[in-house]
Design a protein around this ligand. Structure first.
Ligand code: ADP
Ligand code: GN1
Ligand code: MG
Length: 371
């Protein structure tokens, strides 16, 4: 694990007023991108109060000022929507705690950009769907997120990562990395390379539908992994969607699809034993129902038609991204062991194969929940 963030952690801790004496800060969570710490503070005669402190990945995000403007805009908008609906703003939407300087984030002496959110207590963050009900709860939360942002002024959002879900561009970058093969790793992944080359045309399906005006552009989350929603520990409901770094104009089918990619199976994203990696169609079913319920009829017929494509292409694209990172030397996704990005690629492609094999079933399930 990178120790870079630890070097300036103390500076970052001093830059924020946490409102009570600090007890300490420890590495936290399973995100692949940012350096996340949980900060513990101890007010007099009261229970410990926690915060999330993050150093935003400079590799992923080149303009932290724009990123934070997006997040402040989106969290304030969501806060208003939640208040209007009689919800609990402090638990159902994140809130940015500004540094003492009053700026949107803190920049350390090495140029690292840091931000703080109050920790949303009484919640669980799941790495896999323990039960279908919990997976459905995440789907309802992501669907509601989609619905709540329907009236958000999309033109105010910066593109935090250009071409983020541009699968054609991801394919192009993969081919460039393959042509260069700077570490000589291509020889280790010939079947995976071929898997991508056999699906080149698929990469254009959703983008073409967008270009042709079939799929609408909406404000979407774009990183709808199960561990990007907090589940209320008592009710089991998905109460707060987190990790808003990539919330920007996108496709609803991608938000649906990325959740399926990560959550509709019972294995880790980097599982080495592929016999354990299987698409669970029952989980696909419960997620579809809950996501559409959360969206509350906001999606068009065409979006429903393309939902299986969203699932397949988010999974294929993620595999392409993992393999590209493997070929260039593991510079983007955090890794903790050798070949982890290659193992991640393999699980994604196993899931793509499962989706292809069960394609008609997936379409039937979506149709069953159409309204
Ligand atoms: P990454 O982009 O690296 O995935 P995230 O923003 O998803 O970073 O944060 C990493 C983890 O930190 C989350 O999966 C979750 O466990 C935890 N987390 C983030 N924000 C909060 C919050 N406001 N309250 C509680 N936990 C949080
Ligand atoms: C990253 O940030 P995190 O860990 O929630 C990545 C997603 C990938 C995912 C794969 C900003 O998500 O796009 O799908 O890893 N986020 C970014 O697990 O690149
Ligand atoms: Mg995350």
């Amino acid at each position: 694990m990178s120790v870079e963030a630890e070097v300036t952690l103390q500076e970052a801790l001093e830059a924020f007023d946490f409102g009570a004496p600090l007890v300490g800060a420890v590495r936290y969570g399973h995100g692949h991108i940012n350096d996340t710490f949980c900060v513990h503070t101890q007010p007099d005669d009261e229970p410990c109060v926690r915060f999330i402190l993050q150093r935003m990945s400079a590799q992923a995000f080149h303009h932290p000022d724009e990123l934070m403007k997006n997040i402040i805009g989106v969290t304030e908008f969501l806060g208003e929507e939640i208040r209007k609906n009689g919800g609990d703003r402090s638990r159902e939407a994140m809130e940015v705690l500004r540094p003492k300087s009053g700026e949107d984030f803190f920049t350390d002496s090495k140029g690292g950009a840091w931000r703080v959110y109050p920790f949303i207590e009484g919640t669980h963050c799941l790495q896999s769907a323990d039960t279908p009900e919990l997976f459905a709860a995440s789907g309802r939360a992501f669907g509601r997120f989609q619905k709540m942002l329907q009236k958000f002024p999309a033109e105010t959002l910066f593109e935090t990562i250009p071409h983020f879900h541009d699968t054609e561009d991801r394919l192009k970058k993969f081919k460039e990395a393959l042509a260069e093969d700077k570490l000589g790793r291509a020889k280790n992944c010939q079947p995976e390379i071929q898997f991508i080359l056999d699906r080149e045309e698929d990469c254009s399906v959703c983008l073409k539908a967008l270009r042709d005006g079939i799929l609408p552009l909406r404000v979407t989350h774009n990183d709808t992994k199960l561990n990007n929603v907090l589940i209320d520990a008592e009710s089991g409901e998905g109460i707060c969607v987190i990790d808003l770094d990539t919330t920007m104009p996108g496709l609803s089918v991608n938000d649906f699809g990325d959740s399926i990619r990560f959550g509709a199976n019972h294995s880790a994203e980097d599982e080495k034993d592929l016999s354990k990696v299987n698409l669970d169609v029952e989980l696909f079913d419960v997620y579809t129902e809950a996501f559409l319920d959360g969206c509350g009829g906001a999606l068009t017929d065409a979006e429903l038609d393309y939902m299986p494509w969203g699932a397949k292409l988010m999974t294929l694209e993620c595999g392409i991204r993992f393999l590209t990172d493997y070929l260039v030397g593991d510079t983007y996704f955090r890794t903790s062991r050798e070949d982890q990005n290659l193992d991640r690629t393999r699980t994604q492609f196993k899931l793509v194969s499962d989706m292809e094999a069960r394609w008609e079933e997936l379409k039937t399930i979506v149709n069953k929940h159409r309204r």
